[in-house]
Design a protein around this ligand. Sequence first.
Ligand code: AMP
Length: 118
Amino acid sequence: MTIFSKIINGEIPSNKVLENENFLAFHDINPKAPIHILIIPKKEVENFQSITPELMGEMTLFIQEVAKLMGLDKSGYRLITNNGKNGGQEVFHLHFHLLGGAKLSWPHLADTDTNKFF
Ligand code: AMP
């Protein structure tokens, strides 16, 4: 069981933004932007690589609703999911980072030569 399962079942508190039967959105404890929300399915799904198209379809609508609720739908936002070890995933329960509230930078993300695949 991950820390996010404990947040879903209320064992660990969270600063909730929106919730329905299948999904939960709450503030990241260590924000990387003025607005940094985590969006998770209540079903235990390890990461993006293992979500079904059906659940992802429903989750898309929920994410769009959260973006609107946070006032980011017009100003813009970044949606990120870290997938697996090289993706930098730390919590192995699928989550999308919804980031906004400022013009975000687009930093170089790896030390290795980015041209070697082209
Ligand atoms: P990732 O590295 O993509 O797996 O992201 C995990 C995220 O979970 C990080 O941004 C953490 O700051 C966040 N996080 C960890 N524990 C909590 C918590 N108890 N409440 C809110 N966010 C958390």
